[in-house]
Design a protein around this ligand. Structure first.
Ligand SMILES: *Cc1c(COP(=O)(O)O)cnc(C)c1O
Length: 405
């Protein structure tokens, strides 16, 4: 099997400056060999069990299903993985590969900080030096994750260029890598970027889908639904079913505040085909091909591009897309918290909103499974501010005066 056929239909590829060709070729070869090596796979499996906490549970959301009165809902509790999200599946896999390749230094980009956190955790465990590039705007928005990355021994570098957010952090990481690849491994966080990253991230995340297959009778599952930022939790969840006719596979993008450029991250409805950061896919671009601003209440879905394989699967119709607005995501977060004590991350709450809508559409007697890609502890400052209002703000003020005043 060729794991790395660099294109998915018209999308994907490796559109990089010449300096990055060598490290990407080296990476592709090392990755392909590792995946065929039983010793590497056994090591990965050991860490999945003892460090990540796999398999993650499958919850039959009986209360939520009953209240909605439609299809039966199951929730894959990926947020119970170590560091609170699916990101660790990929970060740990790539960090193990870095070690196998003899690299001593790891770099990563991060937006909301979940990928940086997972990479810092994997590096702490495996004894690798870790540097995380993060936009200064994101550093301010996601203080708790910055705190923990530093606790895990990572150096967090503040990126001051461009919009000072995720795409600028990716640029800085690529710049670093071009100059340091002889001893440095770049752990990329989603199923995008130049080949072999989309393939590698998908393979490391596909453990989610394989577990679903073992946990449920798939003949009885009508649909699977996941949120889509770059697309890593979705493609990992869908992977074992892509070549099958069923179940329906559904991705949910951030509908943000509603339609219009700058108001959402809806690449499938408002995006155009382009080449950005080394790969061809659908992006939110202006008429000159420049990357546009995006908005989502969830930092993890707030990105202008989508993984190339998902873009291709949308074209063939195998994966359907829909959107959930900020308000719908918050509504779903409250609903699953009340009915199932489900602590959904804001990103995952978009999938939750999609599941609520779909359960009603499918109706009784049908079954759907939703991927809860992460848990929402990291979002407390945003969620409580949005839902709790005055009381929460007063608490924060009191607390900071009491502790630091
Ligand atoms: C990062 C993140 C996402 C979005 O990334 P994908 O690559 O699309 O999965 C979704 N959910 C959570 C909890 C995240 O941390």
């Amino acid at each position: 099997m060729n794991l790395v056929d660099s294109f998915f239909g018209p999308y994907g590829g490796r559109y990089v400056p010449e300096v990055l060709r060598e490290p990407l070729e080296e990476l592709e070869e090392a990755f392909t060999r590792a995946m065929a090596d039983p010793a590497f796979m056994a090591d990965l499996e050991k860490y999945r069990k003892t460090y990540i906490g796999r398999p993650t549970p499958m919850l039959h959301a009986e209360n939520a299903s009953r209240e909605l009165g439609g299809a039966d809902i199951y929730i894959k509790l990926e947020g119970l993985a170590n560091t609170g999200a699916h990101k660790i599946n990929n970060a740990l896999g790539q960090a193990l590969l870095a070690k196998r390749m003899g690299k001593t230094r790891v770099i990563a980009e991060t937006g909301a900080g979940q990928h940086g956190l997972a990479t810092a955790a994997a590096c702490a465990r495996l004894g690798l030096e870790c540097v995380v590039y993060m936009g200064s705007v994101d550093i301010r928005r996601q203080k708790p994750n910055v705190f923990w990355m530093e606790m895990f021994g990572a150096k967090v570098v503040s990126v001051e260029s461009g919009t000072k957010t995720l795409k600028d952090a990716v640029n800085e990481a690529l710049r670093d890598w071009a100059a340091t690849f002889s001893d440095t491994f770049y752990v990329l966080g989603s199923a995008l970027g130049p080949a072999p990253y989309p393939h590698m991230v998908r393979e490391f995340q596909s453990v989610i889908g394989r577990e679903v297959k073992e946990q449920l009778d798939m003949d009885k599952v009508d649909a699977m639904i996941a949120c889509v930022g770059g697309g890593s939790n979705a493609i990992g969840f869908f992977e074992p079913f892509i070549d099958e006719a069923t179940p329906r596979l559904i991705g949910v993008e951030a509908g943000g505040r509603g339609p219009g450029i700058g108001e959402n991250a809806a690449r499938m409805t408002e995006g155009k085909v382009g080449i950005v950061q080394g790969y061809k896919s659908r992006f939110l671009l202006d008429d000159e091909g420049q990357v546009q601003h995006t908005h989502s209440i969830s930092a993890g879905l707030d990105y202008a591009g989508i993984g190339p394989q998902l873009a291709a699967l949308a074209d063939t119709g195998r994966v359907e897309f829909r959107e959930a607005t900020d308000d719908k995501a918050l509504e779903a977060l409250k609903f699953f918290a009340r009915t199932e004590c489900g602590n959904f991350a804001l990103e995952s709450a978009h999938a939750g909103a999609g599941a609520m809508e779909l359960a009603k559409e499918l109706g009784p007697g049908k079954t759907l499974v939703v991927n809860m890609s992460g848990r929402g502890d990291k979002d407390l400052f945003i969620t409580a501010g949005a839902l709790g209002g005055e009381e929460w703000r007063a608490f924060l003020k009191d607390e900071s005066e009491r502790t630091y005043g």
